[in-house]
Design a protein. Structure first.
Length: 279
């Protein structure tokens, strides 16, 4: 699909997630994608402004994760896991039994909440023991500064500082300072990016734009219109839900992978010997 030529109009944000509509239709990964797209449309959300820094909890109910390992899982969506051992925007073993794909925007308040409160715990509990791999997808939906931050995160990743940039950009109060070029450069310095001249060149280069566009198109393709959006082994989860929602989904997916013997079956040969490190 072509990259959009102009930003999409805003609509009312939603509890646990920042929302922006898209006129694009979901890609047909399979017949069941219609149901998955409906879930990722977050129709059940209630309005709570993501830009409100005082909002620390969600008023939306947690996404339901059935004890049935097949319930709510869309097998076609599992194919979106790249499992590339060289992916600089991922953490965890390429052959981990569970892959969490995160579609997020650095200007999204609830994405920041997930990054600060939940993601570090998931990394400690599940990534470090080889159960989970987290793959980031840049999904900027709030205009030019979102695009700047997305490309900057990719550029930082080219110098192995994606996760450090991620932490700096999602630090408490960071998004309120904006993501203009000077601020982006300061965040890169904070993240320990060594070659700032290369960084500034990379973030405006065609490779960065293409990488972000690819992630955006994947997000729009599955029907996501809000951030953060997640897929856990093909199970959509909408918004920055409580940690328990993620742990239940991860453990259910891990148990299912063990039962079926498909853990890391999509990983390329030898990829399991490579492990990204969270910093």
């Amino acid at each position: 699909m072509p990259t959009p030529k102009k930003p999409l109009p805003k609509k009312s944000p939603s509890a646990s997630g920042s929302t922006k509509p898209s006129s694009r239709k979901p890609l047909v990964y399979g017949a069941v994608i219609v149901a998955a797209a409906a879930l990722l449309g977050f129709a059940s959300y209630k309005a709570t402004a993501p830009g409100d820094s005082s909002a620390t909890t969600s008023t939306a109910p947690a996404a339901e994760v059935s004890a049935d390992p097949q319930a709510g899982v869309y097998p076609e969506l599992t194919k979106l896991a790249r499992r590339d051992a060289g992916d600089k925007l991922a953490v965890g073993r390429a052959d981990a039994p569970v892959v969490l794909i995160e579609y997020a925007d650095f200007k999204c308040g609830y994405c920041g909440k997930f990054a600060r409160d939940t993601e570090p715990e998931l990394i400690k509990e599940y990534v470090e023991d080889g159960t989970l791999r987290i793959e980031w997808r840049n999904f900027p939906i709030f205009g030019e500064e979102s695009e700047n931050a997305a490309r900057a995160s990719w550029a930082a990743g080219q110098q192995d500082r994606f996760w450090e940039f991620h932490a700096a950009a999602y630090a408490e109060g960071a998004k309120e300072k904006g993501f203009g070029k000077d601020r982006i450069k300061a965040l890169a310095q904070q993240a320990g990016v060594k070659d700032l001249a290369r960084f500034m060149k990379d973030l405006d280069g065609p490779d960065a734009r293409a990488a972000v566009a690819k992630d955006q198109e994947q997000g729009y393709g599955i029907g996501a219109t809000s951030t953060p959006s997640f897929l856990i082994n093909g199970r959509p989860i909408a918004g920055a839900q409580p940690k328990e929602t993620f742990t239940q989904a991860i453990e259910t997916a891990a148990a299912q992978a063990k039962t079926t013997g498909k853990a890391g079956s999509d990983a390329s040969e030898g990829a399991g010997n490579s492990e990204d490190s969270a910093k």
